[in-house]
Every structure is written in structure tokens, then in C-alpha cells.
Design a binder for this molecule. Structure first.
Ligand code: PMP
Length: 401
């Protein structure tokens, strides 16, 4: 059968599949149903009544838990909100309006962020809506072309920050090497108030047997004499419940004091009941890792199904490649130049909703129109198999047309 005939046959099935966002599947959320009954008291270890106002910085035991998870001192951790994205957003807004410690508000002059691509669309949306100009820098196998990054930040004082997803990046699955982490920590920046927005969203989200580790950015920055450079973000969104998890931020003591000052204006305190039950439920690093292994058992077959379908239908197609991530939530399908948008449109016609082509780039513009983000987590295994096949057939048709 020709590519067109195969595509038409697939379309006739009349399927409706959504592969657009990296959401945990219901079975993954079920893994943490014990959270509902995990609360044995509303009193925190220091006597705080978790039901009441207060505790901007988070409960001591919640800070201690994230300190263990992130391998940083508890004094350098804030636990707040259910979404790390909201913490990232607020760090940027506080920096724009008030400046980082010891510096003028960013808004007083043009602000640019370096954006490793392909990257996370919601990072880019924060920049776009808050008036921060974005500059693409290509991701490489071990992180970044550091010669390029060092040159840009040394020359351009408008570059105030940079997005980093250091492990199993969204969507490329890139893991930053120790050398890249060291160079990011030590590089000379023309802007003295430069910040690394270190989004450790997939720290525990391994897909393979190997548990890859990334060098400690806060330690590297302190060692290089830039202790305030990095702010680390994490959450339990894809550990427990994506909509009702707990988020954390880790940074230097100066940054923590700065954050606490500003966050205390925005809110009279976070949801400490949720913090307490997460502490009871997640307990410690080994308990969390055992839970992540259960997530892995559910996710791995779905990723394998996509990879097998791509291999079967696209293995021989010149110019087409895809990532084989060792962790995280995504596969990046890379098409020949100019074929991604058309593929996504054809997939849509065949009943498969994908993240819009270009979404993984600032302003939604993939300069070569090549990247399609595949999110295999949410649909069932059967649906994933069908969807991956449909995407592959859509790409083949896009190339044949
Ligand atoms: N960062 C990255 C890189 C992500 O992929 C996601 C979720 N897709 C988030 C942050 C969102 O994290 P949270 O739920 O803690 O806001």
C-alpha cells in the first residue's frame, strides 16, 4: 500500500486520541491514593497548626524532605504552592519588578533570556507574556554548546537569565554533563544579576535501568564564586498528583531571604495540610524512588510502543529521527526540514491531537519546522500504539506529498 492508502485506512478507523500534553495517566495517579488517608495529625513537628495561616517558607519537615530529595541544606529550601511553574513565574516577576538581591529591577532595561531549544513551551510563554525577549541556543547531546553560551552572556548585558531543564529535558530528553554544569556555574556574565532558572522537573523520572545523575548546580555556583546564580525548582507533580502536589525552590541563603520577603506579600502562607500529608506519604528518598519505579513500570511500555512503531514505519525514511530518552515524559520526533507542521495537521485529520508543531520553540517558531513533541504518558497502551502508528503514517504522507 502507498503512504496515502495506509493513511486513509488509518483515518477510516475514526479514532480520537490526545497526545498533546505530558500528563500522568489515571493509573499513575492511583499509585498515590494513599495520600487521601496519609494525614494523621494537623500539627507539624514544630507545633504549627497546619490548618492555619502562616509558614511562607514551608513546614520544617517538608523543607527537610525536599532537602533530602534535592541534596541541599534544608535552610536553602522553600516549599510552597502545588506547581513549580508558579514559583518560576514568580521569581521572574519579582526580578522584573523589584530586582534580584542588591540589583535594580530588570524592567529598567531590556531583558533577554537564553532558551535552549527544543524546550518547554510554558517557560517560553512566561517570557513572552512578561516582556522578556528570547534567544534560542541549540541543545546538544551533553547539554549545550558552551562556547556559544559563554560568548553570548559575556557580550550582552541584557541577558539576565536562562532556562535549564538539566535532566531528561522536555522534549529532547537531554541530560547535562558535569562539564556543562560547571561551565554554566562559572561563566562570566556581562549582567551581574544573571540567573539560571534550573528546572529539575524530571530529577526522579527514569525510564531505563540506569538512574542518571546531574552535577549539583548550587554547589558548583558556590564553588565558582557565583552563589546566587542558580535557583532550583522541583515538584511532586509527576510523583504524586499533578494537580495537588507540592513544589519547592532551592537557592542560596540570600535568594531564599529575597524570595521569602516577596512571597510573604503575595500570600499568608501555603497549603501546609498538603505538605504534611506529602511528608507522611513520600517519607524519604528511598520511599520516593520505590514509587518512581512503579511509575516507570507503567510508563516504559508506552515509550517502547512509540519507539517500536516509529522503527517499523519510519526506520527506513531518510532524514527522520527520534530521541530514545532515558527518562522524562517525552520523545522528540525530528522530521526533514519543513515537515513537522504538515505532519501535525495530517495527524489531527486522522483523529490524533498533538502539541502544535513549533511549541517547543520561543514564539512558537521552529525555524526549520522539524520537531514534533510526543507525549506517551496519558493514553492507554493500546491508544499509544495506534497513535504512534498514525503519527508515523502522517509523517510519511507529509513527505510523499
Ligand atoms: N517543568 C517542566 C520541564 C515540565 O515539563 C513541567 C510539566 N510538564 C513542569 C515544569 C510543570 O511542573 P509543575 O507541575 O510543578 O508546575
Amino acid at each position: 500500500m502507498s503512504a496515502a492508502e495506509q493513511y486513509q485506512a488509518f483515518k477510516q478507523l475514526g479514532l480520537k486520541l490526545d497526545m498533546s500534553r505530558g500528563k500522568p495517566a489515571p493509573e499513575q495517579l492511583d499509585l498515590s491514593n494513599a495520600l487521601i488517608d496519609a494525614l494523621d495529625t494537623y500539627k507539624a513537628a514544630d507545633g504549627t497548626d497546619a490548618r492555619n495561616y502562616g509558614g511562607t517558607i514551608g513546614l520544617p519537615e517538608a523543607r527537610a524532605l525536599f532537602a533530602e530529595l534535592l541534596d541541599v541544606p534544608a535552610a536553602q529550601v522553600v516549599v510552597d504552592s502545588s506547581s513549580s511553574l508558579s514559583l518560576m513565574h514568580d521569581v521572574i516577576v519579582y526580578s522584573l519588578l523589584n530586582g534580584v538581591p542588591g540589583h535594580a529591577p530588570w524592567v529598567q532595561s531590556p531583558v533577554t533570556f537564553l532558551c535552549p531549544v527544543p524546550g518547554y513551551d510554558r517557560h517560553f510563554a512566561i517570557c513572552e507574556t512578561r516582556g522578556i525577549k528570547m534567544m534560542n541556543v541549540p541543545l546538544t547531546e551533553d547539554g549545550l554548546d558552551m562556547d556559544l553560551v559563554e560568548k553570548l552572556v559575556a557580550e550582552d548585558a541584557s541577558i539576565k537569565g536562562m532556562w535549564i531543564v538539566p535532566k531528561y529535558s522536555n522534549p529532547g530528553g537531554v541530560v547535562y554533563s558535569e562539564r556543562v554544569v560547571e561551565r554554566l556555574a562559572a561563566m562570566k556574565t556581562a549582567a551581574p544579576d544573571f540567573r539560571l532558572m534550573w528546572d529539575d522537573a524530571y530529577r526522579f523520572h527514569h525510564l531505563g535501568e540506569r538512574k542518571l545523575a546531574v552535577a549539583d548546580i548550587l554547589a558548583a555556583c558556590a564553588k565558582a564564586g557565583n552563589p546566587d546564580r542558580a535557583i532550583v525548582f522541583a515538584s511532586s507533580s509527576k510523583v504524586s498528583w499533578a494537580g495537588s502536589g507540592v513544589a519547592a525552590l532551592a537557592a542560596s541563603p540570600a535568594n531564599i531571604a529575597w524570595w521569602t520577603r516577596h512571597a510573604g506579600i503575595r500570600s499568608i502562607g501555603p497549603d501546609k495540610i498538603n505538605q504534611l500529608r506529602h511528608v507522611r506519604y513520600l517519607k524519604d528518598l528511598p520511599t520516593l524512588e520505590a514509587l518512581m519505579e512503579q511509575h516507570r513500570q507503567l510508563l516504559k511500555p508506552k515509550f517502547d510502543a512509540v519507539l517500536a512503531q516509529f522503527q517499523a514505519h519510519l526506520g527506513e525514511v531518510p532524514g527522520v529521527s527520534w530521541t530514545r530518552p532515558e527518562g522524562g515524559y517525552f520523545i522528540d520526533l525530528v522530521t526533514p526540514d519543513g515537515a513537522a507542521k504538515r505532519t501535525v495537521a495530517l495527524a489531527k485529520e486522522a483523529g490524533i491531537t498533538l502539541t502544535p508543531a513549533g511549541a517547543a520553540f520561543p514564539y512558537g517558531v521552529d525555524p526549520k519546522d522539524r520537531h514534533i513533541r510526543i507525549a506517551p504518558s496519558f493514553p492507554s497502551l493500546e491508544e499509544i500504539n495506534q497513535a504512534a502508528q498514525g503519527i508515523a503514517l502522517s509523517l510519511r504522507l507529509a513527505l510523499a506529498a
